[in-house]
Structures are given as C-alpha cells and as structure tokens.
Design a protein around this ligand. Sequence first.
Ligand code: FES
Length: 130
Amino acid sequence: MTGEKIVELRSVRRSIAVPDGRTLLDAALDQGIAYPHGCRSGRCASGKSRLIAGEVDFLDHTRIAVSDEEKTRGFILACRTWPRTELTVTWLGGEDGGDDMFVTLEETRLRSACSSADHFTSTIQSGAQP
Ligand code: FES
C-alpha cells in the first residue's frame, strides 16, 4: 500500500498530496500546478524552493543546483525531493517573497578565460567556448 504526504505550496496557496516515491515536482505537475522547473534532474536549480516546515529526502543532484550550505538554510530542489513528512514549501520568486536568498551585487567586470566546462548542464556547455 502506498502512502502520501500533504504538501502546502504557499506560492499558489494550495495543498497537494505527494504519493510516496514521487518527487514534489512530479506530484505538483500531475495536479496541474505550474511549478517552476527545467532539467528535472537536479542540475539547473530552476525549482529551487524554500522548505518552511517538514523533512525531506534528497535524491541525487549537483551542488551547483543546491549546495550543502543552502540545504542547511532550508533550500530544496522540487525535482529531487521526496517528502518524508507533511511539508510547507514556497518556490523562489513567488508572491510571498520566497526569494530572499538572492542578493544584489555591485557589477564588477573581470577579465577571464574558460579552460574547461565539464560539470555543467548541456545547455551551459553548448554555450561555452573552451
Ligand atoms: S528542474 Fe533543474 S534542478 Fe530541478
């Protein structure tokens, strides 16, 4: 018998049931919610979200998409998250201000060259000119 966890999505003011073994992103998309996403494999950070309450299990992902330090601050990837308990989540950039991890930096121009591009998504690699 399969269980499920209830997840409150503050960004759309809805709660959804996430069946055990389904990611938060897949369950949201299944239920018609336009959850932000890109690669769906833990590489691009498009579905980076703030975990307000609850516990999750992380599936494989790159540290580029979410670092260990970010995880300790409550950031998750919807595409790589299995809810372990009921959750409250908001995706970044939502109406409720869930994007407080971003800061504005003063523009600085640096002269540089790319010598390799091995650990990036295929989209980024295709734009790189090593
Ligand atoms: S959709 Fe790319 S990291 Fe989740």
